[in-house]
Write a protein that binds this ligand. Sequence first.
Ligand code: ATP
Length: 312
Amino acid sequence: MATWQPTWSDPFFQKGQFITGLWNKKRYRIDGMLGSGANGEVYRVTCDGQTYALKVSAQAPEISLEHKILKQLQGVARGADLGPLIFDLDDVQTPRGKVFFYVMEWVRGTDLPDFLQKRGAHWTPVLLLQLCTYLERLHAQGYCFGDLKAENCLVNEEHGIVRLVDFGGVTPFGRGVKEYTEWYDRAWWGQGSRLSEESYDVFALSMLAIQLLAPEARKGVSQIGPNYSMLKKAILSDPRFDDWRGLLKGVGDGRIRTIASLREALSPLVKKSVETEKKLKRKQTRRRDWTDWLLLGSAAVLVLVFCQFLLF
Ligand SMILES: Nc1ncnc2c1ncn2[C@@H]1O[C@H](COP(=O)(O)OP(=O)(O)OP(=O)(O)O)[C@@H](O)[C@H]1O
């Protein structure tokens, strides 16, 4: 009978499994996978009745570096929710050998495209403005986020609050960005270096806006390769970018290189978004009023019918 042999494509853990850290002896129940990427896998876990996110990798340096950065940020930006809060760092033995993990706050949220689909594209500048605030705080600590991308942002559906996850690309200013994704990488587009600096994240934010407003553009680029001037031309003729041209042009020609200037360029768009949201809310209330009347009307008819029934 053939026995099951683990392969590299198998996940590290299975749902329902319990794991115990070799050093700290904390016992976690694996509740499911939250995501996976080049550096490892992230699981939702339970320990002592609390839910956490656990990131595991076969590469010890990646895990300990991410843990160190998150811990450092937790210390300096208390209450600022810069990154997920950090709880444990340990190793565990698996059929694939010893693997390394850290345990962090489970960030509940939807990904940005799903959120925008539900709440409307007019939320894009609002989400970007929030990211500006996080990045500004990170920059103040002397770090560039590096691997800014839609997959690394989770948004709370109820309140529309964005959180950043995956701090694996966070790099001290002045070094080469250690983790990046082509679409968001200005060097890939031939628009600058991969040096870890404020303007690197600014460029990535502008690419995030394009990705969110015109997701199909990225698919086209994956077929023909990076061509920034072609992308700019496409944006010029696309009505979805009517309000965004000034900002995107500013980033493209190097006028907008800081988060402060990006925030300034975003502010009229945010104002417009707020107006759109208000109008939508008013419409929804009106629609609700109308349905309320319909309900009241139906109730009145029912009462009348009931009275007629009693009288005759
Ligand atoms: N703290 C968290 N709470 C909830 N979900 C999380 C958390 N951390 C990560 N995730 C989810 O897991 C996914 C993968 O995590 P992460 O990006 O850290 O892995 P990675 O291997 O570094 O990926 P990549 O190769 O894309 O950089 C994220 O996109 C996110 O959806």
